[in-house]
Design a protein around this ligand. Structure first.
Ligand code: UGA
Ligand code: MN
Length: 243
Protein backbone atom coordinates (compact mmCIF):
# COMPACT_ATOMS: atom_id res chain seq x y z
CA UNK A 1 0.00 0.00 0.00
CA UNK A 2 1.04 3.56 -0.75
CA UNK A 3 1.38 6.00 2.14
CA UNK A 4 -0.26 9.37 1.32
CA UNK A 5 1.71 11.67 3.54
CA UNK A 6 -0.10 14.98 4.09
CA UNK A 7 2.11 17.89 5.08
CA UNK A 8 0.57 21.29 5.85
CA UNK A 9 3.12 24.08 5.60
CA UNK A 10 3.25 27.88 5.80
CA UNK A 11 5.71 30.61 4.94
CA UNK A 12 8.32 31.45 7.59
CA UNK A 13 12.15 31.48 7.69
CA UNK A 14 12.25 27.90 9.03
CA UNK A 15 9.99 26.52 6.28
CA UNK A 16 12.61 25.42 3.76
CA UNK A 17 14.94 23.93 6.40
CA UNK A 18 12.06 21.95 7.90
CA UNK A 19 10.85 20.74 4.47
CA UNK A 20 14.43 19.85 3.45
CA UNK A 21 14.77 17.61 6.49
CA UNK A 22 11.42 15.96 5.82
CA UNK A 23 12.21 15.47 2.09
CA UNK A 24 15.48 13.80 2.97
CA UNK A 25 13.65 11.51 5.40
CA UNK A 26 11.14 10.56 2.71
CA UNK A 27 13.92 9.71 0.23
CA UNK A 28 14.38 6.64 2.44
CA UNK A 29 10.73 5.57 2.29
CA UNK A 30 9.38 3.33 -0.49
CA UNK A 31 5.86 3.72 -1.91
CA UNK A 32 5.15 7.14 -0.50
CA UNK A 33 3.20 9.97 -2.14
CA UNK A 34 3.87 13.34 -0.52
CA UNK A 35 0.94 15.78 -0.51
CA UNK A 36 2.38 19.17 0.41
CA UNK A 37 -0.34 21.74 1.06
CA UNK A 38 0.68 25.36 1.47
CA UNK A 39 -1.29 27.76 3.64
CA UNK A 40 -0.67 30.44 1.03
CA UNK A 41 -2.47 32.33 -1.75
CA UNK A 42 -0.10 30.91 -4.36
CA UNK A 43 2.24 27.95 -4.66
CA UNK A 44 5.76 29.03 -3.76
CA UNK A 45 8.44 28.43 -6.40
CA UNK A 46 10.99 27.44 -3.74
CA UNK A 47 8.79 24.56 -2.60
CA UNK A 48 7.98 23.53 -6.18
CA UNK A 49 11.69 23.38 -6.94
CA UNK A 50 12.44 21.44 -3.74
CA UNK A 51 9.77 18.87 -4.64
CA UNK A 52 11.10 18.55 -8.18
CA UNK A 53 14.71 18.22 -7.04
CA UNK A 54 14.14 15.30 -4.67
CA UNK A 55 11.95 13.38 -7.13
CA UNK A 56 9.64 11.99 -4.44
CA UNK A 57 6.18 11.27 -5.94
CA UNK A 58 4.19 14.30 -4.84
CA UNK A 59 1.23 16.62 -5.23
CA UNK A 60 1.66 20.32 -4.50
CA UNK A 61 -1.51 22.10 -3.38
CA UNK A 62 -2.55 25.27 -1.59
CA UNK A 63 -5.35 25.94 0.91
CA UNK A 64 -5.43 29.09 3.02
CA UNK A 65 -6.61 29.31 6.59
CA UNK A 66 -9.97 31.16 6.49
CA UNK A 67 -9.54 34.90 7.30
CA UNK A 68 -11.67 34.73 10.45
CA UNK A 69 -9.25 32.30 12.13
CA UNK A 70 -6.09 34.15 11.11
CA UNK A 71 -6.78 36.92 13.64
CA UNK A 72 -7.39 34.60 16.60
CA UNK A 73 -4.65 33.90 19.11
CA UNK A 74 -5.19 30.13 19.10
CA UNK A 75 -5.28 29.17 15.43
CA UNK A 76 -6.52 25.93 13.89
CA UNK A 77 -3.14 25.30 12.24
CA UNK A 78 -2.98 23.22 9.12
CA UNK A 79 -6.70 22.42 9.07
CA UNK A 80 -7.60 23.99 5.71
CA UNK A 81 -4.50 22.29 4.27
CA UNK A 82 -5.38 18.83 5.60
CA UNK A 83 -8.99 19.13 4.45
CA UNK A 84 -7.84 20.05 0.93
CA UNK A 85 -5.66 16.93 0.97
CA UNK A 86 -8.65 14.82 2.06
CA UNK A 87 -10.55 16.11 -0.99
CA UNK A 88 -7.58 15.21 -3.20
CA UNK A 89 -7.36 11.70 -1.72
CA UNK A 90 -11.09 11.17 -2.19
CA UNK A 91 -10.90 12.10 -5.87
CA UNK A 92 -7.61 10.36 -6.70
CA UNK A 93 -7.08 7.29 -4.50
CA UNK A 94 -8.67 3.89 -4.12
CA UNK A 95 -6.45 2.27 -1.50
CA UNK A 96 -3.52 3.04 0.75
CA UNK A 97 -3.09 4.89 4.01
CA UNK A 98 -3.22 8.58 4.97
CA UNK A 99 -0.81 10.06 7.51
CA UNK A 100 -0.81 13.70 8.62
CA UNK A 101 2.87 14.58 8.89
CA UNK A 102 3.55 18.14 10.04
CA UNK A 103 6.62 19.75 8.49
CA UNK A 104 8.52 20.24 11.77
CA UNK A 105 8.31 16.81 13.41
CA UNK A 106 11.12 14.23 13.38
CA UNK A 107 10.30 10.86 11.83
CA UNK A 108 12.18 7.57 12.23
CA UNK A 109 11.71 5.77 8.90
CA UNK A 110 10.66 2.60 10.76
CA UNK A 111 7.38 4.42 11.52
CA UNK A 112 6.25 4.18 7.90
CA UNK A 113 6.40 0.38 7.82
CA UNK A 114 4.37 0.29 11.05
CA UNK A 115 1.48 2.22 9.49
CA UNK A 116 1.58 0.80 5.97
CA UNK A 117 -0.98 -2.01 6.48
CA UNK A 118 -3.50 0.00 8.51
CA UNK A 119 -6.99 -1.51 8.12
CA UNK A 120 -8.97 1.34 9.71
CA UNK A 121 -6.98 3.43 12.18
CA UNK A 122 -3.56 2.66 13.62
CA UNK A 123 -1.90 4.47 16.53
CA UNK A 124 1.50 4.68 18.25
CA UNK A 125 3.36 6.87 20.75
CA UNK A 126 4.65 10.37 19.95
CA UNK A 127 7.61 11.73 21.89
CA UNK A 128 8.15 15.30 23.10
CA UNK A 129 4.45 16.20 23.21
CA UNK A 130 3.54 18.68 25.99
CA UNK A 131 5.61 19.12 29.14
CA UNK A 132 5.17 15.46 30.08
CA UNK A 133 7.05 14.57 26.90
CA UNK A 134 4.88 11.71 25.64
CA UNK A 135 1.49 11.07 24.11
CA UNK A 136 0.55 7.40 23.75
CA UNK A 137 -2.26 4.90 23.66
CA UNK A 138 -2.19 2.49 26.62
CA UNK A 139 -2.32 -1.15 25.46
CA UNK A 140 -3.34 -4.13 27.62
CA UNK A 141 -1.72 -7.58 27.52
CA UNK A 142 -4.23 -8.72 24.88
CA UNK A 143 -2.97 -5.98 22.56
CA UNK A 144 -6.09 -3.82 22.89
CA UNK A 145 -6.03 -0.03 23.36
CA UNK A 146 -7.71 0.56 26.73
CA UNK A 147 -6.62 4.10 27.63
CA UNK A 148 -4.56 7.11 26.57
CA UNK A 149 -1.66 8.92 28.17
CA UNK A 150 -1.26 12.61 27.26
CA UNK A 151 -0.27 15.80 29.06
CA UNK A 152 -3.45 17.56 27.93
CA UNK A 153 -6.67 15.54 28.27
CA UNK A 154 -9.14 18.41 27.77
CA UNK A 155 -12.11 16.05 27.87
CA UNK A 156 -11.02 14.42 24.64
CA UNK A 157 -12.18 10.89 23.76
CA UNK A 158 -8.98 10.45 21.72
CA UNK A 159 -6.26 12.52 23.44
CA UNK A 160 -3.69 11.90 20.69
CA UNK A 161 -1.36 14.03 18.61
CA UNK A 162 -1.69 14.49 14.84
CA UNK A 163 1.54 12.52 14.37
CA UNK A 164 0.24 9.58 16.41
CA UNK A 165 -2.23 7.94 14.02
CA UNK A 166 -2.88 6.91 10.41
CA UNK A 167 -6.17 6.18 8.65
CA UNK A 168 -6.81 3.84 5.72
CA UNK A 169 -7.88 5.39 2.43
CA UNK A 170 -10.76 2.91 2.50
CA UNK A 171 -12.15 4.43 5.72
CA UNK A 172 -11.69 7.96 4.35
CA UNK A 173 -13.66 6.98 1.24
CA UNK A 174 -16.38 5.28 3.31
CA UNK A 175 -16.80 8.34 5.56
CA UNK A 176 -16.93 10.70 2.61
CA UNK A 177 -18.24 13.73 4.55
CA UNK A 178 -15.68 13.68 7.36
CA UNK A 179 -13.23 16.57 7.61
CA UNK A 180 -11.00 17.98 10.30
CA UNK A 181 -12.75 20.59 12.51
CA UNK A 182 -11.49 24.18 12.89
CA UNK A 183 -11.15 23.77 16.66
CA UNK A 184 -7.62 24.41 17.96
CA UNK A 185 -6.38 21.47 20.01
CA UNK A 186 -9.37 19.33 19.10
CA UNK A 187 -8.58 18.61 15.43
CA UNK A 188 -7.45 15.03 16.06
CA UNK A 189 -10.23 14.15 18.51
CA UNK A 190 -12.95 15.75 16.37
CA UNK A 191 -11.73 13.98 13.25
CA UNK A 192 -11.43 10.54 14.90
CA UNK A 193 -14.85 10.88 16.57
CA UNK A 194 -16.47 11.77 13.24
CA UNK A 195 -14.78 8.76 11.61
CA UNK A 196 -16.75 6.81 14.20
CA UNK A 197 -13.83 4.68 15.33
CA UNK A 198 -14.24 2.75 18.55
CA UNK A 199 -11.26 2.07 20.83
CA UNK A 200 -11.59 -1.64 19.83
CA UNK A 201 -10.98 -0.70 16.17
CA UNK A 202 -7.62 0.92 16.92
CA UNK A 203 -4.61 -1.05 15.72
CA UNK A 204 -1.74 -0.37 18.15
CA UNK A 205 1.66 -0.27 16.41
CA UNK A 206 5.31 0.19 17.42
CA UNK A 207 5.50 -3.03 19.45
CA UNK A 208 2.25 -2.46 21.35
CA UNK A 209 3.04 1.23 21.71
CA UNK A 210 6.31 0.66 23.54
CA UNK A 211 8.58 2.28 20.95
CA UNK A 212 8.86 5.92 19.83
CA UNK A 213 9.30 6.45 16.10
CA UNK A 214 8.14 10.08 15.88
CA UNK A 215 8.85 13.20 17.93
CA UNK A 216 6.89 16.43 18.09
CA UNK A 217 9.98 18.59 17.65
CA UNK A 218 9.52 22.32 17.06
CA UNK A 219 12.04 24.42 15.22
CA UNK A 220 13.09 27.45 17.26
CA UNK A 221 12.12 30.63 15.47
CA UNK A 222 14.34 33.64 15.24
CA UNK A 223 13.11 37.17 14.67
CA UNK A 224 14.86 38.33 11.50
CA UNK A 225 16.96 41.42 12.14
CA UNK A 226 18.82 43.71 9.76
CA UNK A 227 22.61 43.48 10.05
CA UNK A 228 25.57 45.09 8.43
CA UNK A 229 28.33 43.40 6.43
CA UNK A 230 32.03 43.63 7.38
CA UNK A 231 32.37 46.76 5.24
CA UNK A 232 29.35 48.38 6.86
CA UNK A 233 26.78 47.70 4.13
CA UNK A 234 23.22 46.94 5.13
CA UNK A 235 22.46 43.23 4.89
CA UNK A 236 18.77 42.39 4.70
CA UNK A 237 19.07 38.65 5.25
CA UNK A 238 18.67 35.77 2.83
CA UNK A 239 15.70 35.62 0.55
CA UNK A 240 13.90 32.37 1.41
CA UNK A 241 12.74 32.09 -2.22
CA UNK A 242 16.29 32.04 -3.59
CA UNK A 243 17.12 28.38 -3.93
C1 UGA B 1 0.24 20.76 17.31
C2 UGA B 1 -0.15 19.47 16.56
O1 UGA B 1 0.98 18.60 16.46
C3 UGA B 1 -0.63 19.87 15.16
O2 UGA B 1 -0.82 18.75 14.34
C4 UGA B 1 -1.91 20.68 15.33
O3 UGA B 1 -2.39 21.09 14.07
C5 UGA B 1 -1.58 21.91 16.17
O4 UGA B 1 -0.90 21.59 17.39
C6 UGA B 1 -2.86 22.61 16.54
O5 UGA B 1 -3.66 22.00 17.30
O6 UGA B 1 -3.09 23.74 16.13
P1 UGA B 1 2.20 22.55 16.72
O7 UGA B 1 3.62 22.13 16.69
O8 UGA B 1 1.72 23.34 17.88
O9 UGA B 1 1.29 21.28 16.53
O10 UGA B 1 1.79 23.32 15.37
P2 UGA B 1 2.65 23.67 14.08
O11 UGA B 1 3.67 22.62 13.82
O12 UGA B 1 3.08 25.08 14.19
O13 UGA B 1 1.54 23.58 12.96
C7 UGA B 1 0.98 22.34 12.52
C8 UGA B 1 1.13 22.22 11.00
O14 UGA B 1 0.35 23.23 10.36
C9 UGA B 1 2.57 22.41 10.51
O15 UGA B 1 2.85 21.48 9.48
C10 UGA B 1 2.59 23.85 10.01
O16 UGA B 1 3.51 24.07 8.95
C11 UGA B 1 1.15 24.06 9.55
N1 UGA B 1 0.66 25.46 9.73
C12 UGA B 1 0.88 26.14 10.89
C13 UGA B 1 -0.02 26.08 8.69
O17 UGA B 1 -0.21 25.48 7.61
N2 UGA B 1 -0.47 27.37 8.87
C14 UGA B 1 -0.26 28.07 10.02
O18 UGA B 1 -0.66 29.26 10.11
C15 UGA B 1 0.44 27.43 11.06
MN1 MN C 1 4.72 21.36 15.07
Amino acid sequence: PVIYLVTPTYRRPEQIPDLTRLAQTLLNVPAVHWIVVEDNSALSPAIASLLKRYGIPHTHLKAQMPEKYKKSKLKPRGVANRNAALDWVRSNCKSGVVYFADDDNTYDIRLFEEMRFTKKVSMWPVGLVTKVGLSSPVVNDKGVVVDFFDGWMANRKFPVDMAGFAVSVQLILEKSDVYMPYVPGHEEDGFLKKLDVSPADIEPKANRCTQIFVWHTQTKSNTPANRTTATGKRYKGTNIDTL
